[in-house]
Design a protein around this ligand. Structure first.
Ligand SMILES: Nc1ncnc2c1ncn2[C@@H]1O[C@H](COP(=O)(O)OP(=O)(O)O)[C@@H](O)[C@H]1O
Ligand SMILES: [Mg+2]
Length: 300
C-alpha cells in the first residue's frame, strides 16, 4: 500500500527550481531512502511532505486511511535539530509529546517508553548538552516517534555523526522498521543500501533512478572476484579471456579483479582451474559489490 504519492511535486525559490516535478510513491511498512548529493533537493522535498513548506506546483496525496491533518501521521527529525541543552532527555521528549497533544500523564509514560526504545533509558535524566552526536540523533528519533506516527521522516539522520554514532543510529533504524514506516535522506549510498528497502536517487531536483534495493542490485550489480597469487597472473588471464562468464578483467602483476556474469559458474571454474592453482593462491575473495558504480555514474 502506498502511504504517500506525489505527482509533479515542484518547488521554486525565486529563480532556482529546487525540486522539478517529482513523482514519489512511499510504501507503507518499509524504509525508503532519498539519496543524492548536497543541493539535490532532498530537504526541500521532505519539507514539502511534512507540510513545513508549500509546493509551488504538484500534489501530495496521503492514503485515504490517513486523511485530515497529516501531522498526526508524521514524525519528523530535521537535518539540523535544535535541542535545549539545559533540558534532560526525558524533559525534551515529554515536551515534544505535550506539543503533539498528549496529556501530561500520557506524555510522561510514552516519553519513557520511547527513550527506552532508542536506548536512552539512562540518558533520560542527563542534560542534553552532555549528549554525544549519536545520542542527540536518537533523542531526535524518540521525539519523532512519541505520538505513534505512521511514518517518520528523518533528514540526514547519520550524516553529521562519527562512525560510532552512525552505527548506533543505523542499527536503531533497522530495529524501528518493524514498528513504523521510515523515509530518510542521505548523501551516502552505503547508508541507503544498509537500511532501506526502496531507494529514490535524486539529482538537481529530479529523480534519476528509483526502485527497490533488490531490483536495483539485480539490475546494476555485478559479482566481482579479487584474486591474489604469489606468481604473476598475466599468462593465466590469457587462458580465461574467452570464457563466456567473464565480463571484465583488471590485472596488476599478481592481483586481479574479475567482473563476472554468473557468480556460481565463475566460482566453480576458477576454483578448479589448475593453472590458477599453480600460481599459488594467496587470496580468493568474492566481493559483495555495492551500487557504487551506478551511483558514481549518476552523480557525474
Ligand atoms: N529557502 C531557500 N531559498 C532559496 N534556495 C533554497 C532554499 N532552500 C533550498 N534552496 C536551494 O534549493 C536546492 C536544493 O536544496 P536542498 O533541498 O537543501 O538540497 P539537499 O537537502 O539535497 O542538500 C539548493 O540549490 C539550495 O540552494
Ligand atoms: Mg538537505
Amino acid at each position: 500500500m502506498h502511504l504517500i504519492e506525489t505527482i509533479g511535486l515542484t518547488k521554486k525559490f525565486n529563480g532556482t527550481v529546487a525540486v522539478k516535478g517529482i513523482n514519489l510513491s512511499i510504501r507503507e511498512g518499509i524504509c525508503t531512502a532519498l539519496l543524492g548529493p548536497n543541493g539535490a533537493g532532498k530537504t526541500t522535498t521532505l519539507n514539502m511532505l511534512t507540510g513545513l513548506m508549500n509546493p509551488t506546483e504538484g500534489s501530495i496525496d496521503f492514503h485515504e486511511d490517513y486523511s485530515g491533518d497529516r501531522r498526526k501521521y508524521l514524525g519528523y527529525l530535521p537535518q539540523y535539530p535544535k535541542f535545549f541543552g539545559w533540558m534532560s532527555g526525558l524533559e525534551y521528549v515529554v515536551f515534544a509529546a505535550e506539543l503533539a497533544g498528549l496529556s501530561k500523564e500520557a506524555a510522561k509514560s510514552r516519553a519513557k517508553e520511547m527513550l527506552e526504545l532508542v536506548g536512552l533509558a539512562e540518558g533520560g535524566n542527563k542534560k542534553v548538552s552532555g549528549f554525544s552526536g549519536g545520542m542527540k540523533q536518537r533523542l531526535g528519533i524518540a521525539q519523532a516517534l512519541v505520538h505513534e506516527p505512521k511514518l517518520i521522516i528523518l533528514d540526514e539522520p547519520v550524516s553529521a555523526l562519527d562512525p560510532i554514532g552512525r552505527r548506533e543510529v543505523l542499527e536503531l533504524m533497522k530495529q524501528l522498521k518493524t514498528r513504523t514506516s521510515i523515509l530518510f535522506s542521505t548523501h551516502v549510498l552505503h547508508d541507503a543500501e544498509e537500511v532501506s528497502d526502496d531507494i529514490f536517487i535524486m539529482k538537481k531536483g529530479e529523480i534519476v533512478v528509483e526502485g527497490s534495493l533488490v531490483k536495483l542490485q539485480n539490475t546494476y550489480q555485478q559479482p566481482t572476484f579479487f584474486i591474489e597469487t604469489e606468481m604473476e597472473m598475466a599468462n593465466w588471464l590469457e587462458t580465461i579471456k574467452q570464457k563466456e562468464w567473464l565480463r571484465h578483467v583488471k590485472v596488476d602483476k599478481n592481483k586481479a579483479t574479475l567482473t563476472v556474469e554468473n557468480l556460481q559458474t565463475a566460482r566453480t571454474e576458477l576454483l578448479s582451474d589448475k593453472t590458477l592453482q599453480e600460481l599459488k593462491l594467496i587470496k580468493f575473495e568474492v566481493a559483495k559489490t555495492s551500487l557504487e558504480d551506478l551511483f558514481m555514474k549518476v552523480m557525474k
